[in-house]
Structure formats: structure tokens, C-alpha cells
Design a protein around this ligand. Structure first.
Ligand SMILES: Nc1ncnc2c1ncn2[C@@H]1O[C@H](COP(=O)(O)OP(=O)(O)OP(=O)(O)O)[C@@H](O)[C@H]1O
Length: 313
């Protein structure tokens, strides 16, 4: 089931004070308005000024006007979101935004206990479809969590079960304006093509897709947790660096799971599916003293070092 803005707000019980990540678009404008009414004097806003588009100043101006009208303290954090090679502009902007939100929280006069972002049910479906289009595993299919802890703060997405159109209708009913992001209609971005072309088709074929896709994402999120627990136990068993004979004693799926975990937590790298398959084949074939393993994996190489696997880059 999807929820109305009112129902989602009724179910939202963050630790106060609360900061809202305010872009100036419809969704975060609605979230700020609803939260400022519900917890007067306990809500602040943070706007990250990307300087990416000419429209950035309009967003900032809207945030200043809205916060003044609601008597909500606003921090504007400027960032340089230029993207590094191999990183998409959207990813760079997102990473810079999370860092800026965190930095702005520390600079706030009243440090909030929680921070809320305004992603909604359509955003969740888009994230899930993007994950599917990349061939993601369970971790990607888990899509966006409704809450998590990071940097001593509780992060929330209270509108994650509310359809985007309902948020806009709610805002119109409150006679509240917002700024339309001009890049939202730019179909060079995959996310926007999904929104413009796929969501209407899904609506026609599976009218309940927002709720059912969200259910799948939460099943995947649960499976992701189990895989993580198992990987932690298995890594403790095979050791870090992992012993080859201990890896060989695991089933193929479990071995893949623990190898991915080892590479991520010990070396901050993620193997491509084909690299992992090759590595597993080498582990299987490693039955003699002289068997060499030396494979490109993620950002570096895995090699055999006697009885264990090692990694370098
Ligand atoms: N420039 C920004 N400054 C502060 N928070 C932001 C900014 N951009 C996005 N956010 C927060 O992250 C959430 C998700 O961002 P995203 O870019 O997916 O949405 P958006 O289209 O900007 O949404 P909205 O309609 O709220 O503006 C937003 O709802 C908002 O809470």
C-alpha cells in the first residue's frame, strides 16, 4: 500500500531537533512545510548550493523565502560538485551533497539529532529499475533504506511510500509553491527517461507497482542483511587474508559472498561478476603447491601468497 502525505507524517517519529535537506523542489518543500508545522521551533533546513546549473540561484532564493515564511533557520552550504573521471555528474553531485549536509549539520547553531530527505515512492521505483538495468545483486535491489545511521545522526526518508503526484497535490492544496528543476525533463538522464516513459507504462500494466516494487526492495534489504551476517561469520572462519583451503570448503555461493565482503571491507573494492567467477575458478583449481593465482579484481589484483590470498593495487 502507498501512503498519503498525512499518513506518512503521522508514522514519522524522528528524534528532535530535526534538519531537512531542502533542495527547493516540490518534495523537500512539502517535507519542510509538514515538519515545520508539526514540530514548531524544532526544525531547521539545509540547502546545498551546487552551482551546477544556472537555476541554482532560483533554488536558493526559494529556500530563503520559504524558511523566512516558516520561521525555520536555514543553512546554505556551497559545494563544488565537479565530477572526477569515471564518475557521473549525478553521482558527484550526490556524494558532494551528502558530505555538505553532514558538514552543515556540524555548523548548525542547534545540532540536530536527525536529518530527513524527501525521496518518495516513485524515486524508490526508479532506483530499483536503475539497479536492475545494471544487473545489480541483492544489495542494489534493496534500493533506498527508509532510515539509517551515519556520522552520529539518524537519517530518514519519511515520504518513501508516498507517490510523487500525491506530494504535488498536497502542496497545491496548501497553496505552497516550489521550484521546478529544469533538468527533470531532460531525457539525456536515464532517471528522467524512466520517469517519463517507464512509470506510465508500469502504471497501465501493474497499477500497484509502487507498493509491490517497494515490497520487493524490502525483501532484498532483508536478504542483504542476512548475506552480510553470513559474510562476517565466514570471514572470521576463513581469516583475513583468507585461507585458500578454508575458502574451498565453502559452497560456491557462500564463497562468492565472503570474497566480495573481504574485498570490500579490507580493500574497498568491488569485483565485476566475471572477475569473481574467474577468481573462484582459480581457487577451485588451486590444489598444488606450485599453483599461481594472479588476477585483476576490482581496482587491483588478487594473488596467491602461500596458503592465503592477498590483494594489492
Ligand atoms: N541541493 C540540495 N540541498 C539540500 N538537500 C537536497 C538537495 N538536493 C536534494 N536534496 C535532498 O535529497 C533528496 C533527494 O534528492 P533528489 O535530487 O533525488 O530530489 P529532488 O528532485 O531534488 O527532490 P525535491 O523535489 O525534494 O527537490 C531531496 O528530496 C532533498 O531532501
Amino acid at each position: 500500500m502507498t501512503h498519503s502525505v498525512e499518513a506518512a507524517m503521522a508514522a514519522f517519529t524522528p528524534m528532535l531537533p530535526l534538519a531537512i535537506g531542502l533542495s527547493g523542489g516540490a518534495d523537500s518543500t512539502a517535507l519542510l512545510l509538514a515538519c515545520a508545522r508539526r514540530w514548531p521551533g524544532q526544525v531547521s533546513a539545509i540547502h546545498v548550493h551546487h552551482g551546477l546549473q544556472a537555476a541554482a540561484d532560483n533554488f536558493e532564493q526559494h529556500c530563503i523565502t520559504l524558511c523566512a515564511q516558516l520561521e525555520v533557520p536555514l543553512t546554505v552550504q556551497r559545494v563544488d560538485a565537479r565530477h572526477a573521471r569515471g564518475q557521473s555528474p549525478e553521482d558527484a553531485a550526490r556524494t558532494a551533497r551528502y558530505q555538505a549536509l553532514q558538514a552543515a549539520v556540524a555548523a548548525h547553531t542547534v545540532v540536530p539529532a536527525s536529518i530527513a530527505l524527501a525521496q518518495h515512492a516513485d524515486d524508490q521505483v526508479e532506483t530499483l529499475l536503475l539497479a536492475l538495468s545494471r544487473g545489480a545483486g541483492v544489495a542494489g535491489l534493496a534500493a533506498m533504506p527508509a532510515q539509517w545511521q551515519r556520522g552520529g545522526l539518524a537519517w530518514h526518508r519519511p515520504l518513501l511510500e508516498v507517490p510523487g503526484a500525491d506530494i504535488r497535490r498536497w502542496l497545491q492544496a496548501q497553496h505552497q509553491t516550489w521550484v521546478e528543476d529544469p533538468t527533470n525533463s531532460d531525457e539525456r538522464y536515464t532517471r528522467n527517461r524512466i520517469r517519463a516513459r517507464l512509470l506510465p507504462a508500469l502504471e497501465a500494466v501493474f497499477p500497484a507497482f509502487r507498493a509491490t516494487f517497494a515490497r520487493s526492495a524490502s525483501h532484498a534489504a532483508q536478504a542483504k542483511e542476512l548475506l552480510l551476517e553470513l559474510a562476517e561469520q565466514d570471514l572470521a572462519q576463513v581469516g583475513n587474508p583468507p585461507r585458500i583451503t578454508a575458502l574451498q570448503a565453502l559452497s560456491t555461493a557462500r564463497q562468492a559472498n565472503v570474497l566480495r565482503h573481504w574485498l570490500l571491507i579490507a580493500h574497498q573494492t568491488t569485483p565485476a561478476s566475471s572477475q569473481l567467477a574467474q577468481l573462484q575458478q582459480q581457487i577451485r583449481a588451486c590444489t598444488t603447491r606450485g599453483h599461481r593465482i594472479h588476477l585483476k579484481v576490482g581496482r587491483g589484483f588478487v594473488l596467491r601468497a602461500g596458503a592465503v590470498l592477498d590483494w594489492y593495487n
